[in-house]
Design a protein around this ligand. Structure first.
Ligand code: UDP
Length: 252
């Protein structure tokens, strides 16, 4: 049988949410099952999101992050942690992948996730629209061995691992591996709230693996781009005068 894929997507109501979730949902629909899509919102489950999920035809769980929320914008950190809680509680067995709603993914990517035994990583292409610049972030590989990292952002040189949030995936059994954590878990693997911008991924990965020798570069050679991080900032759209925007591009 094929390995289960556990796709975790934090999301929130804003103008382009319907576009993003439909686009991702339609790709997931084309991936061979078993696949479960864990979509996480903050505080409450919204009708807009529920409606879209129902129509995608993908097996999903609609989860709410109830962690105390501060005013700090954390870009999905608490929501991903709520998904990890869910996976751990329900002992969902599979490959966990953090798929942010605004990125673009190939079916090939989801199929190659199934080749991961412990922790897999691959390069992600990014478009920095504000700087009009395309960059590549992720591993340099010799077959499936990770031998170095691509990055060209000066501000992030100090990171241990140069990986995008949607540039790695891991086996859920790591979350409850008694050899690694002892039992009961005194030190659950989670994303950290107070980490400097751009360091979220590397601090998370450092909890999951010791070093590059425990990583698998996929697809072998890591020379293909299988997803894109566009940084489409659609938070501050300007609408025609007189339009009033409801949550999800419903205009009155
Ligand atoms: N996100 C969220 N609530 C927020 C901000 C972001 O749920 O207040 C989600 C967003 O939908 C996306 C992920 O977190 O799935 C990453 O957010 P964003 O794309 O803004 O971060 P960036 O790609 O710029 O790092």
């Amino acid at each position: 049988p094929l390995k289960q894929l556990i796709v975790v997507t934090p999301t929130y109501n804003r103008a382009f949410q319907a576009y993003f979730l439909n686009r991702l949902g339609q790709v997931l629909r084309l991936v061979k099952p078993p696949l479960v899509w864990i979509v996480v919102e903050e505080k409450t489950v919204s009708l807009e999101t529920a409606e879209i999920l129902r129509k995608t035809g993908v097996m999903y769980r609609h989860v709410v992050s109830t962690h105390n929320s501060s005013n700090v914008k954390d870009r999905g950190v608490r929501q991903r942690n709520a998904a990890l809680d869910h996976i751990e509680r329900q002992k969902l067995d599979g490959i966990v992948f953090f798929a942010d709603d605004d990125n673009v993914y190939t079916i090939e990517l989801f199929e190659s996730l199934r080749t991961i035994s412990r922790f897999g990583t691959w390069p992600v292409a990014m478009l920095e629209r504000s700087k009009n610049k395309a960059i590549l972030e992720g591993p340099v590989c010799n077959a499936s061995q990770v031998i170095g990292w691509n990055t060209n952002e000066k501000s992030k040189r100090l990171r241990r691992f140069h990986v995008d949030m949607s540039g790695f995936a891991f086996n859920s059994t790591i979350l409850w591996d008694p050899k690694r954590w002892g039992y009961p878990f005194s030190n659950p693997i989670r994303q950290l709230d107070m980490v400097k911008e751009g360091f979220q991924e590397t601090t998370f990965i450092a909890q999951v693996v010791e070093d590059e020798s425990q990583m698998e570069g996929i697809p072998p050679g890591c020379s293909r781009i299988v997803n894109w991080h566009l940084h489409l900032d659609t938070g501050n759209l300007v609408y025609p005068k007189g339009w009033q925007l409801q949550k999800n591009l419903e205009v009155t």
